[in-house]
Design a protein around this ligand. Structure first.
Ligand code: CP
Length: 308
């Protein structure tokens, strides 16, 4: 039987193409399951999973919890803002206390890049990175590629542009790793101040002109400007940003072909994307969210099979 090459999901950087294929094949099965009248399988009745979130989340947190419950795992949820972290408890102490309650797997979102990698070296549980600072967000990239595969038949050979705040985006880095592994062509587009130096070393091209980038691509993944990770201003005003890099219906309708629009959420409507684009028939934003449950079921199932 096929299995993942890793016992944690810390980043796409640590996966290979076979891992991604296996996750997608497994997600295909779970997608069929969650569209049945009875959406639950008894597969992980003996597994306990802790979702520990040190940063806010809507989609990722709910999607993981639903995926775990659909697999019949026991689930506990921890939110740092309502916990003893506020009294000074460390990450390792927090997690070791949770693990002493016989937890098998930890899904963690943390503001510090590498927090999941650090944890995986210090605790005896499978770790899933649900976003670590501006580093990686592997399940988001997996569900993004899975959604492209579903919409366009394959990822290989497709032209994908990631637009916006690449510098502060864990979604961008994980997407670049995932798309390149699958043979897609990737460009990044945004103001120079929001593009990391040497980004080309990851095998992507830079295009500063939004319309040229959109004319080139099959898929545009529009990213939110991550104001919460900025200590200084990277562009004059939100209005100026949206004038240069905001995707409007007029721009979309002016392109010579129909492209697919993606966004990981949360959307800042009217900044990186207007409402009529976000809600247009070319947008697959809600399909991405739907696919997130099947992808996370697949990841949890495959990692759980390596625990015993
Ligand atoms: N896409 C994403 O990570 O959204 P949340 O921050 O709401 O989880």
């Amino acid at each position: 039987m096929s299995e993942l090459s890793t016992k944690h999901l810390l980043g796409i950087k640590y996966l290979n193409k076979k891992d991604i294929d296996l996750i997608f094949e497994t997600a295909d099965h779970f997608k069929e399951v969650i569209n049945r009248p009875i959406k639950k399988v008894p597969t992980l009745r003996d597994i306990t999973i802790a979702n520990i979130f040190f940063e806010n989340s809507t989609r990722t947190k709910l999607s993981f919890e639903l995926a775990e419950k659909r697999l019949s795992a026991d689930v506990i949820n921890f939110s740092a803002s309502q916990s003893s972290v506020k009294k000074g408890e460390t990450l390792i102490d927090t997690v070791n206390n949770i693990l002493s309650m016989k937890v098998d797997m930890v899904v963690m979102r943390h503001p510090n890049p590498g927090a999941g990698i650090f944890l995986s070296k210090h605790v005896n549980a499978a770790i899933i990175n649900a976003g670590d600072g501006a580093h990686e967000h592997p399940t988001q990239a997996l569900l993004d590629s899975y959604s492209i595969r579903e919409k366009l038949g394959r990822v290989k050979g497709k032209n994908v542009v990631i637009v916006g705040d690449i510098l502060h985006s864990r979604v961008a880095l994980s997407n670049i790793f995932a798309l390149k592994l699958q043979g897609a062509n990737v460009k990044v587009c945004g103001p120079k101040s929001l593009l990391p130096k040497h980004i080309e070393s990851l095998g992507v091209e830079v295009e500063l002109d939004l319309v040229k980038a959109l004319e080139w691509c099959d898929v545009a993944n529009m990213l939110r400007v991550q104001n919460e990770r900025m200590e200084v201003s990277y562009f004059p005003t939100a209005r100026e940003y949206s004038q240069q890099y905001g995707l409007t219906k007029a721009i979309l309708d002016g392109l010579s072909k129909e492209i697919v629009i993606m966004h990981p959420g949360p959307i800042n409507r009217g900044v990186e994307i207007t409402s009529d684009v976000a809600d247009s028939k070319q947008s697959i934003i809600l399909e991405q969210v739907e696919n997130g449950v099947a992808i996370r079921m697949a990841v949890i199932y495959l990692l759980a099979s390596k625990i015993k």
